[in-house]
Design a protein around this ligand. Structure first.
Ligand SMILES: Cc1cc2nc3c(=O)[nH]c(=O)nc-3n(C[C@H](O)[C@H](O)[C@H](O)COP(=O)(O)OP(=O)(O)OC[C@H]3O[C@@H](n4cnc5c(N)ncnc54)[C@H](O)[C@@H]3O)c2cc1C
Length: 389
């Protein structure tokens, strides 16, 4: 099915697909095995202009929006979710600057991010503050012409590899939701170091690392928006990046479906191709239906967000896209392993990696339970005061 994409959008999709097949596919198993950050691939993405897909032309990007990002992310995730995560995390780190950065901040950081010259990352999570982001303990205390940051961020994608970090820290706890601020912190800033590098179940080509701030001075020019806007910057960023997590789900699910159909057409048991068994056909049929449904939701939500700019129901819809597509990814990749039988459990075949990789999509950028909380709350608000028909 096609989604009425413009020639420019089709070009982005084709470009990402070509690079994923030609450059990512040959190295994905090795990157996973060695848990190696894909620097060579990041350079190739940068040269091809993929990092600039959603960055405005003024800052050296392509000028697309959420939809264009989803198209690129889906194609990369179809081949390797670990590589796609590293790519998408740079977009996540850049988003606060794209949405709320001053003209000077945009000019200073976005062109390099668009060209892939410098990667970005986003850090809010801490050891005791995951879903409950309001309980972060990293502080930013005003001092002279800037702020002094202290605290440790945990599980930050692109940690150690990125050069530009958008960090959420508490500036005035008494102010509650207005008590946090967003800062740009560059790698190499005195007092900013990297801690533990995680060993993970999946997306092993991506780097997940602690960020440690010890009396780290950040000039006031590096505050994004203004003091007190940290949680708003975070929420608006996630509203626009969560469809991208949905696109990761569509991509990895499509990749698993591709493998499963191919395998079912080749594997013989009882002197027949296993695709001739109705039980296998039905499994594949359900997988294909879910993938298409997830893609339709993700691309519709992305297009709607771009078209309406900042729609009131953005949190609900981007949450729906993330929840649905990531649950589809988990189910479809698990079923792909089933289609492969015992071979699916072995590392020689790509579907076990896809299943391991897919799990993260139900966890990061807000767990699926938290997304369902958001969707439920929004529904309650929408229906408040509505009379029953
Ligand atoms: C590989 C990886 C990469 C990541 N990358 C980044 C990154 O780049 N930047 C960043 O800032 N963070 C990142 N994270 C952090 C990620 O966003 C958090 O792990 C996630 O938000 C969940 O927080 P938690 O792990 O502390 O789980 P918890 O919040 O401790 O939740 C544990 C369980 O309780 C459930 N739960 C908690 N509260 C509620 C509730 N109110 N209602 C219902 N259920 C609830 C959760 O759904 C979950 O099932 C990353 C995490 C991982 C694993």
């Amino acid at each position: 099915m096609h989604y009425f994409l413009t020639p420019e959008q089709l070009m982005i999709q084709d470009l990402a697909r070509k690079i994923a097949r030609e450059k990512v596919l040959p190295v994905r198993a090795e990157l996973d095995e060695k848990e190696e950050f894909p620097w060579e691939l990041m350079k190739i993405f940068g040269e091809a202009g993929l990092f600039g897909v959603s960055i405005s032309e003024e800052y050296g990007g392509f000028g697309g929006g959420v939809l264009e990002n989803c198209l690129a992310v889906e194609e990369l995730s179809r081949i390797c979710l670990g590589v796609a995560t590293s790519y998408a995390a740079s977009g996540l780190g850049a988003h606060p600057i794209m949405l709320y950065g001053s003209p000077e901040q945009k000019k200073k950081y976005l062109p390099d991010i668009a060209r892939g010259k410098r990667l970005a990352a986003f850090g809010i999570t801490e050891a005791d503050a995951g879903s409950d982001a309001g309980s972060i303990r990293t502080t930013a205390v005003r001092k002279g012409e800037g702020y002094v940051l202290n605290g440790t961020k945990q599980w930050i994608t692109n940690g150690g590899e990125a050069e530009i970090y958008t960090i959420i820290a508490i500036t005035d706890r008494a102010k509650g939701p207005r008590g946090a601020s967003a800062f740009i912190v560059e790698k190499g800033t005195s007092g900013f170091n990297f801690g533990k590098k995680e060993k993970k179940l999946g997306i092993r080509a991506s780097a997940t690392r602690e960020l440690v701030f010890q009396d780290c001075f950040v000039p006031k020019e590096n505050v994004i928006a203004r003091e007190g806007m940290g949680f708003i910057v975070t929420m608006r960023t996630f509203d626009r990046t969560r469809p991208g997590v949905g696109a990761q789900g569509v991509g990895v699910a499509q990749g698993a479906l591709d493998e499963a159909v191919r395998y079912a057409r080749e594997r013989e048991q009882f002197e027949k191709k296993i695709i001739s068994f109705q039980a296998v056909q039905h499994l594949l049929a359900d997988m294909a239906t879910l993938v298409e449904a997830a893609r339709a939701l993700v691309l519709s939500v992305a297009r709607y967000i771009d078209h309406e700019k900042d729609p009131k129901d953005i949190s609900k819809l981007s949450g729906m896209a993330k929840v649905f597509a990531s649950d589809v990814a988990m189910r479809v990749t698990t079923d792909a392993v089933q289609v492969f039988g015992g071979y699916g459990y072995m590392r020689e075949y790509p579907v076990e990696k896809m299943m391991r990789d897919a799990k993260i999509l139900q966890i990061y950028e807000g767990t699926n339970q938290i997304q369902r909380n958001v969707i439920g709350l929004e529904l309650n608000k929408e229906y408040a005061g509505k009379k029953s028909s």
